[in-house]
Design a protein around this ligand. Structure first.
Ligand SMILES: [Zn+2]
Length: 325
């Protein structure tokens, strides 16, 4: 039986969490997957218009959302920031039609090898504090004129084994936005060799470690760094569950985190959903959101991980990390 204690909750001042349909209480989050995509459209940061219609995406994705809901999912943290195709109209329709809570983000994406192409020119020209002001404004007043507020900060950086000057700027801006708003940072980092530099930057910004989530920590499953930085207090997110053919790397990692008492800092997501990068409908790939419930949980249970532990991670840990502090 696992006793999960959250000393971090002490001093919390606000228990409302922003979804695309407005704020909800922490208790309404329920089972929450921390990293899914409803639509991704990599056509550049300063794009005009869409390469699809809202209706066709909603029609395509909705059955998969409903399947996850029927399996017990209540909330999806949508992981697509501006520049990667954040589309609030799609998210609002999907939330209304599926009944799932959907949480969107502020922030910037410079993962993979896009070298700044997904960061809007206007953001690139700003100072760190100016960027933090833009992102803080989205939290306080809403994104553009939609009134929709983000629930967290999403960044992507470090995929080439180092942090570029632009990436350093967005990480510092993310840290300052977190300090102003209480939102946590989901930071996509595939290459674990970039993690020490990212942590050094947040230390320089005096950001508490528990404001930082290492997204895609399971990509390389570098247990040495996961344990090292987990022990400092960062959140570890295993979110490739929808992308892998086999789950074999997960049970040993989970056992190690149990042993080291780091389960209260672990989060789950799948990186599932639709990736709207092709223009031929037949080629639109889709990773179903219900895989976590249909395949991952049963696999872990078979491998000796308690179902109760998995359930706590996707309810209590998710709720804790989404709380505004
Ligand atoms: Zn993702």
């Amino acid at each position: 039986m696992w006793e999960i204690i959250f000393p971090k909750s002490i001093g919390k001042c606000n228990d409302m969490i922003n979804t695309v349909l407005g704020p909800i209480s922490e208790d309404e989050l329920g089972v929450t997957l921390m990293h899914e995509h409803i639509v991704v459209d990599i056509i550049g940061a300063d794009r005009e218009g869409r390469s699809y219609t809202v209706e066709e995406v909603v029609e395509y994705v909705l059955p998969y959302l409903i399947e996850a809901k029927n399996k017990g999912c209540q909330t999806i943290v949508e992981a697509t920031p501006l520049g990667l195709g954040r589309d609030l109209d799609v998210l609002v329709e999907c939330s209304k039609k599926s009944g799932l809570n959907i949480i969107t983000c502020t922030g910037a994406w410079d993962g993979s090898t896009v070298k700044g192409l997904s960061v809007p020119e206007a953001i690139k020209k700003m100072s760190i504090d100016e960027i933090a002001k833009v992102w803080t404004r989205e939290f306080e007043e809403g994104i553009d004129d939609t009134g929709i507020k983000p629930g967290y900060i999403k960044l992507a950086l470090g995929d080439e084994g180092e942090i570029s000057p632009l990436q350093e700027k967005i990480l510092r801006a993310g840290a300052r936005t977190s300090l102003k708003t209480g939102m946590r940072i989901q930071c996509h980092i595939w290459d674990s060799s970039s993690v020490p530099s990212a942590i050094k930057i947040i230390e320089e910004e005096n950001l508490p470690y528990d404001r930082f989530i290492w997204v895609h920590a399971d990509g390389q499953m570098d247990m040495e760094k996961i344990l090292k930085f987990g022990k400092k207090g960062i959140w570890i997110q295993f979110d490739g569950i929808g992308t892998v053919r086999k789950f074999t790397k997960y049970p040993p990692a989970l056992r190690k985190l149990i042993e080291e008492n780091l389960i209260p800092q672990l989060l789950f997501g799948q990186d599932s959903g639709s990736f709207w990068v092709k223009d031929v409908k037949e080629e639109w790939p889709m990773r179903p959101y219900a895989k976590f419930f249909n395949e991952f949980t049963p696999y872990c249970v078979k491998e000796g991980i308690e179902k109760e532990l998995i359930d706590k991670i996707i309810t209590e840990n998710s709720r804790e990390v989404l709380s505004i502090i």
